[in-house]
Design a protein around this ligand. Structure first.
Ligand SMILES: Nc1ncnc2c1ncn2[C@@H]1O[C@H](COP(=O)(O)OP(=O)(O)OP(=O)(O)O)[C@@H](O)[C@H]1O
Ligand SMILES: [Mg+2]
Length: 248
């Protein structure tokens, strides 16, 4: 459901960790409503790329704009950016001592100043949407990994983000729970959420992504429609990577 209006734009972004050139002249534009899957070998810079987009990591040169504005470095503008860019990590990072519903309502109440009753109502609707409304009063440790990850998605959505970043959201899950999380992500994609998704779930990439980005050594090596990428990867690196992940 790409709209042709850029929402996330990286222009010649460079980042070093000491001598390590972890993002090497990366340029990428993600349109509103577009779903971009990022793949590549371990250490290629996929997580770093995600973390620069909501400025969990600063960059050394180049520019990143979100919804027409260059990323703010600090203060209220940065807090606003973080609320507009939801992030879901491999580890669910839920608040262990808060209930499921409190995990989802805390941000809206504390950061966005929503009234508790309204936040609870919206929180319950979001939990329902990710299929776990009946777990609202439990604590994270009482839920399966797949359920916890769906709470993490609901929590990010509760901030009414303009985009969602997912960094290997299913990698820590037992295989039987991967599908329930991917289903939620697929329905979000269909509803038009702008998404950047680091994942090795190639089924999701084929069916839900508008584009696949292949990274290696901090460089954006390929940027193609999923059908083209899987049928005909242009680079040796991508062919080699695909042969490894598709054969196990
Ligand atoms: N805080 C840090 N300080 C120093 N080096 C780092 C830091 N974070 C990441 N790196 C290095 O930067 C490179 C890219 O890391 P990144 O986590 O972005 O890779 P990735 O593609 O997400 O890998 P994986 O598939 O294993 O998650 C790696 O070589 C990593 O060791
Ligand atoms: Mg990573």
């Amino acid at each position: 459901m790409a709209t042709g209006e850029p929402l996330i734009v990286l222009d010649s972004v460079n980042k070093w960790y000491g001598p390590l050139h972890v993002l090497d002249d990366v340029s990428l534009s993600v349109d509103r409503g577009e779903v971009v899957v990022v793949i590549g070998p371990s250490g290629s810079g996929k997580s770093t790329l995600c973390r620069t987009i909501n400025r969990l990591e600063p960059i050394n040169s180049g520019t990143i704009t979100f919804d027409g504005q260059e990323l703010p470095a600090e203060g209220r503008a940065l807090a606003k950016l973080r609320s507009e860019v939801g992030m879901v990590f491999q580890s669910f990072n839920l608040f262990a001592h808060k209930t499921i519903l409190e995990n989802v309502t805390l941000g809206p109440i504390k950061v966005r100043g929503e009234k508790p009753a309204a936040a609870r109502e919206r929180g319950l609707a979001l939990l329902d949407r990710v299929g776990i409304a009946n777990q609202a009063d439990k604590f994270p440790a009482q839920l399966s990994g797949g359920q916890q990850q769906r709470v993490a998605i609901a929590r990010a959505l509760a901030m009414q983000p303009k985009a969602m970043l997912f960094d290997e959201p299913t990698s820590a899950l037992d295989p039987e729970m991967v599908g329930e999380v991917l289903d939620v992500m697929t329905s979000l994609a269909r509803e038009g959420m702008t998404m950047v998704v680091v994942t090795h779930e190639m089924g999701f990439a084929r069916h839900a992504a508008n584009r696949v980005i292949f990274m290696a050594d901090g460089k954006l090596v390929e940027d193609a429609a999923p059908t083209d990428f899987f049928a005909n990867p242009r680079s040796e690196r991508a062919r080699d990577f695909l042969s490894k992940i598709l054969t196990h």
